[in-house]
Design a protein around this ligand. Structure first.
Ligand code: NAP
Length: 236
C-alpha cells in the first residue's frame, strides 16, 4: 500500500470558491495533499473548513497570482512544507468589471485581465518548476475557456477571450519546453454555475471541476500540449 508521502501534492489557485474550491474538494476526497491558495486569508480559511475529512489535512497559503512577492512566498512555503509539487492547477481567473467588445474595451481592462488570467499562471510556473521537477509524473493544468478558442470565436468579452487565448499559448509553449518532464494542458470546464458563470449556466461545479481533476491525477502523462474539455481534446 502506498505511503501517505506518495500521495500527490496538488496546488490550486483561487481555491476559496467556485470551480477552484470544488477541485480542492474532489482532490481531497481522492486522497491528494491539497494546497489551497486564495488571495484573501479569511476566505481561504473559510474554504479550508469545508475540506475537513480528507485523508490529509489540506494546507493553506495566501496567494495573489498577480503579485510576485506573493508567488515567491508560495514557493518558499511549498519548499519548506512539501519539498516538491506534483501538480499545479492554475484556476484563478477574472472577468473584469470593464469588460466590453474589442472596439470599446479599455486597455487597462485588457492589461488587468491578462495579468490575472495569463501572466499570473506563467509566473507561477516559472517559480514552481524546480519543485515540479522534483515531483512524480508532474503536471500543470491551466483553467482556460472555450471563449479563448480561436476556432469559432464569437467576439464580446474581448479582454477575457484574449487572456484565455494567451493562456492557451502559454500552455502550448510550456508543453514544448517541458516535454518529457512536465505535462502541461489547458482545460475548458464548460459553462459552470459560479459567481463568474452565473445561475443560468448549464453545469454544476462538480461537473465543471471533473476534467481538471482528471488531468491532475488520471490522464496519461503522454497527454500534453492539448486543450481539453470533458476528457476530450478540442481545437485551439
Ligand atoms: P469565480 O467563482 O469567480 O472564482 C474565481 C476565483 O479566482 C476566486 O477564488 C477568486 O478569488 C480567484 N481570483 C481572482 N483573481 C485572483 C488573483 N489575482 N489571485 C488569486 N486568486 C484570484 O470563477 P469560477 O467560475 O470558479 O472560475 C474559475 C476558473 O474557471 C477561471 O479561470 C475561469 O476563467 C474559468 N472558467 C469558468 C467558467 C464558468 O462558466 N464559470 C467557464 C470557463 C472557464 P476571490 O474570491 O478573492 O475573488
Amino acid at each position: 500500500m502506498a505511503s501517505a508521502n506518495s500521495d500527490p501534492v496538488v496546488v490550486v489557485t483561487g481555491g476559496n470558491r467556485g470551480i477552484g474550491l470544488e477541485i480542492c474538494r474532489q482532490l481531497a476526497a481522492r486522497g491528494a495533499r491539497v494546497v489551497l491558495t486564495a488571495r484573501k486569508r479569511t476566505a481561504g480559511e473559510a474554504a479550508m473548513a469545508t475540506l475537513a475529512g480528507g485523508k490529509h489535512a489540506a494546507l493553506f497559503q495566501p496567494l495573489d497570482v498577480t503579485d510576485g512577492d506573493s508567488i515567491n512566498g508560495l514557493r518558499d512555503f511549498l519548499t519548506e512544507r512539501c519539498g516538491h509539487v506534483d501538480v499545479l492547477i492554475n484556476n484563478a481567473g477574472i472577468i473584469a468589471k470593464g469588460e466590453a467588445p474589442a472596439l470599446k474595451v479599455g486597455l487597462a481592462t485588457v492589461r488587468e485581465t491578462l495579468e490575472t488570467n495569463a501572466l499570473g499562471p506563467l509566473h507561477l510556473v516559472q517559480a514552481l518548476v524546480p519543485l515540479l521537477k522534483r515531483g512524480r509524473s508532474p503536471r500543470i493544468v491551466n483553467m482556460s475557456s472555450g471563449m479563448g478558442a480561436l476556432a469559432g470565436n464569437d467576439g464580446g468579452y474581448a479582454a477575457y477571450r484574449m487572456s484565455k487565448t494567451l493562456l492557451n499559448a502559454v500552455t502550448a509553449i510550456l508543453a514544448a519546453e517541458l516535454a518529457g518532464t512536465v505535462a502541461v494542458n489547458s482545460v475548458c470546464p464548460g459553462w459552470v454555475k459560479t459567481d463568474m458563470g452565473g445561475a443560468g449556466a448549464t453545469r454544476d461545479v462538480a461537473h465543471g471541476a471533473e476534467t481538471a481533476v482528471w488531468l491532475a491525477l488520471d490522464a496519461p502523462v503522454t497527454l500534453t500540449g492539448k486543450f481539453v474539455r470533458d476528457r476530450e481534446v478540442i481545437p485551439w
